[in-house]
Write a protein of this length. Sequence first.
Length: 393
Amino acid sequence: MSQPTPGTPSLLRAINDRAALRVLLDRGPLTRPELGALTGLSKPTASQLLLRLQEAGLVVLDGIREGLPGRTAELYRINAGAAHVAALDVTRDRVEVAVADLTGSVVGTSVLPTPGRTRGDVVDKVRTALADAWPHAVNRVVIGIQGAVDPGTGRLGYAAHIPGWHIPDLVQTLSAGVGTPVDVENDVNLVALAERAHGGHQDFVLLWVDSGIGSAIVLGGRLHRGATGGAGEVGYMPAVGAPTARDVGKRVDHGFQALVGGPAVLRLLRARGIRGTSAPQAVERAVQIAADGGRHAEEAAEGLREIARRLAMGLASITAVLDPDVIVLAGGMPLAGGETLLAMTERELHALTLPRPPLRLSAVEGNPVLAGALHLGLGVVRDEVFGSTVHGG
């Protein structure tokens, strides 16, 4: 596709087309006069634009609006089926898929076991998961995984617990095997992108706390990935009171993970008589017991305070280095702990650090990894599709 030359009619058409498509995406369906008013285009220009976008398959009629003075007005909307994006959330146990159309509406989902150990298994299982969710072509695939691709080597790192994905040129191999562009992104980074879109924060640290620990850093609205893609891999960050890799080995829980990862929290609460099949469930029960004020209320409250102290210990190191505007807590444990655990953690953190950033719970509903992957993929695909009406000057 040739690019419009600055100052030519094709450049103006490209600007108008993108503006109109964005307005239709955000405010549609709209009549031609409404579109013209919102974009500042004259009636003839708006008419020509809508015809051009219809011919390109990006805009379709959406009925008529009656009951207004004068003639009935035709309504126009984005052609949702003009493009599709697939998001995958890959863990050790399963691959969850969501496919969205150009408007962002989810049109297909699936859940399948995690891919196996060979290169063919990874590509085949990804194709199978996609086909199970949406048996049609997609324009882009974004995969969230508990690891990070090193831009220098093309290999997945920080993911020894997920077999089958440690192959050369992972992104290129998947793109070739799936037959469409594929991005592979750290899952917590994707959660941060979803949080940025929903919460509006531009400078923040997101801490994910569940069975594992991870964080993401957004500065000036931009995600910071680090030289090897490992920025935010704080699970094994050395922390006071926790064993180090030198003590126990790199493949054994150490550092921040050993303080407040899922197994550590379960042990901590079970020692106080609070049980659960998972750390989030145990945390939720502790909050309930503490709030009820019964015989075990103080033990439950002390368990929560200890979790808050441990969280604050890791957050203090992050805060001292980055001094973020806000810290967002996400994942099963913070959400299970709710405002009770959040307030405790904030108090403990502010007692340790000179900067005193507020703590907030994540505002993203549903699976935040899929939400972030769809947000990332739709941003790229919309830019591509919305520029497809330009065919040179």
